[in-house]
Ligand binder design. Structure first.
Ligand code: SF4
Length: 560
């Protein structure tokens, strides 16, 4: 295509400007600076540390609940409030609610993993933007609009990444502004690109990082932020809900977090191991808002932001091997999330900091092989992060038996240090998409698509309206970044067997079955995509592959 591919050499490359990589880069820079102040030999001078980010700016693709445990942030910034960390409010009140369609029951006690005193309601988009300024003050280079498309290898050693090409038209041909992706080489590549990232997927497969692990299982979080009439929002009040709108076979629940500036954060998590092929997480969030308690809370308010993201729920036994030659995995990419506590930001940050300590040693010893980088895994196994994940190691596995069984199991685990049903050290699980049932098995032979809400545009919104509030944008003149590996399956099999569930599980109305020349055809509105990765995870045939679009495309989250 004419133009020469450029390359860039760094010492350490972090992929993804999320909390894991940002904390890692900050910690590494400080370790190097401190060492150089006192070292007489083996000084680590003129090292280049860079972070690439696919969003148009740091925070644009970041979404979390979020109630943050500040433990890791405190290790990095002991005076984080004085240093200006942008928290919404300290949690002062938290309750677990059991919802039926019409009523709400405030549970008289909050299960210990959901007690949030000492934690903070935050916007992770804001928090990562603040961390990015701290990293840049230390001399870390941050490159937005640089999606990592392919790992670069020498043999099985990871030597960096290739970023996506720019300026390819939807016909696959280069346009006038064509620029080939850049090869970024580094001694160590740290991948923290979020949940189910496309680079991580390739690395896990190529380097067999999942051997001996349980398959990762996921959930999707769908979220709206509302601005309410003055005085109604109580910053620091936190509610979690179970029950309505989900049935007892579906893992998940709602959250209602009171932010500052009259903003209310409301969302729903749905396990991506549900059975109903027509389940629609976005629709379930709209139904949640129809509960009388929420109708009253939201009355007179207005929607200000929307987004969705997947979450790695599998826990300790679903985490891949964390290191290989030239490579470390951190944050959601490595499954650092405690689904029992509904928290991952503190674990992600800690993972980045432990990775930084291993890289620092590798830089001193000029050895970037797996045996040296294994220090990261050793540090993890002796850390509070491991202890926390160990105690929740069998939490998600029991949800395959329904919510009630899972709650009992969670209670037993709490008193037996995490044993499955109080007895078994390690429980296994299958992949979540395997649990989805065929239409005939779930609904019987005379099924009809369940009734859906008539969205009123005031309290409930259709997907396209919600996507508008995610500020999602992609250049339409580029190849779709959603690849259907075997297109014939969609109409020839999936329509009859599963009813094309991509139309329902996608929270952004990307997939639609439309008539074309009198025949049904799958239409892909890729420009709506909010990069949640649900389709790559939940498709029952596993034929949807999410690849990186052109840099900068995707949601434009500001307060998510
Ligand atoms: Fe999420 Fe896939 Fe829909 Fe994009 S196309 S919003 S990744 S489900």
């Amino acid at each position: 295509m004419g133009k020469q591919r450029e390359s860039l050499e760094l010492d350490v490359l972090f992929v993804g400007a999320g909390p894991a990589c940002l904390a890692g880069a900050i910690h590494l820079k400080r370790l190097i600076n401190k060492h150089n102040e006192s070292a007489t030999d083996r000084k680590l001078e003129d090292l280049t540390i860079g972070i690439i980010e696919k969003g148009r700016e740091v925070g644009a693709h970041i979404l979390s609940g979020a109630v943050m445990d500040p433990r890791a942030l405190k290790e990095l910034f002991p005076d984080f409030l004085k240093d200006g960390a942008p928290v919404e409010a300290e949690v002062t009140y938290d309750k677990l609610l059991y919802l039926t369609e019409e009523a709400k029951l405030v549970l008289p006690f909050t299960p210990p993993p959901l007690v949030n005193h000492g934690n903070y309601v935050v916007s992770l988009s804001k928090m990562t933007r603040w961390l990015a300024t701290k990293a840049e003050e230390l001399g870390v280079d941050i490159f937005p609009e640089f999606p990592a498309a392919e790992p670069l290898y020498e043999g099985n050693r990871v030597v960096g990444v290739r970023t996506s090409d720019r300026g390819i038209g939807k016909d696959g041909k280069p346009k006038g502004n064509y620029e080939p992706g850049v090869d970024i080489f580094a001694k160590v590549t740290v991948v923290g690109e979020g949940c189910h990232g496309s680079l991580t997927k390739k690395l896990r497969r190529q380097l067999k990082l999942d051997e001996g692990r349980n398959p990762q299982v996921y959930a999707i979080g769908v979220k709206e932020i509302w601005e309410l009439p003055k005085g109604r929002v109580k910053p620091g009040h936190v509610f979690h809900t179970v029950g309505y709108p989900l049935d007892s076979n579906t893992y998940g629940g709602g959250w209602i977090y009171h932010m500052k500036d009259d903003l209310l954060d409301i969302g729903l998590v749905v396990g991506l191991d549900y059975k109903d092929p027509l389940l629609d997480p976005h629709h379930e969030l709209q139904r949640l808002k129809l509960h009388p308690y929420l109708q009253e809370l939201l009355n007179g308010g207005k929607l200000v932001a929307y987004g969705a993201k997947t979450i790695p729920e599998g826990g300790l036994y679903s985490m891949p091997k964390l290191y290989a030659d030239g490579l470390l995995l951190v944050g959601d990419s490595a499954g650092f999330l405690n689904s029992m506590r509904l928290k991952g930001i503190h674990l992600a940050m800690k993972s980045g900091m432990m990775a930084a300590e291993a890289i620092f040693q590798a830089l001193l010893d000029k050895d970037y092989g797996a045996a040296k980088l294994k220090l990261y895994d050793d540090l993890f196994r002796s850390s509070w992060a491991y202890q926390e994940l160990y105690s929740a190691r069998n939490f998600h596995q029991a949800f395959h038996q329904g919510m009630l069984a899972a709650m009992i199991n969670a209670g037993l685990q709490f008193v037996t240090g995490g044993k499955y049903w109080g007895l078994i050290e390690r429980a296994s699980n299958g992949a979540g998409h395997e649990r989805m049932q065929r239409l005939v098995d779930y609904y019987g032979t005379r099924y009809a698509v369940p009734n859906r809400i008539d969205f009123d545009g005031k309290l409930t919104f259709d997907k396209l309206t919600d996507v508008y509030y995610s500020s999602t944008n992609h250049d339409e003149d580029q190849p779709s970044h959603l690849k259907i590996l075997e297109p014939n399956i969609c109409i020839d099999r999936c329509t009859k067997e599963y009813g094309n569930p991509c139309q329902y599980f996608c929270p952004a109305k990307v997939y639609e079955i439309q008539e074309e020349h009198g025949k049904p055809k799958l239409h892909i509105n890729f420009s709506n995509c909010v990069h949640c990765k649900t389709c790559d995870i939940m498709d029952p045939y596993q034929i949807i592959e999410w690849v990186t679009p052109e840099g900068g495309g995707g949601p434009g989250y500001v307060i998510m």
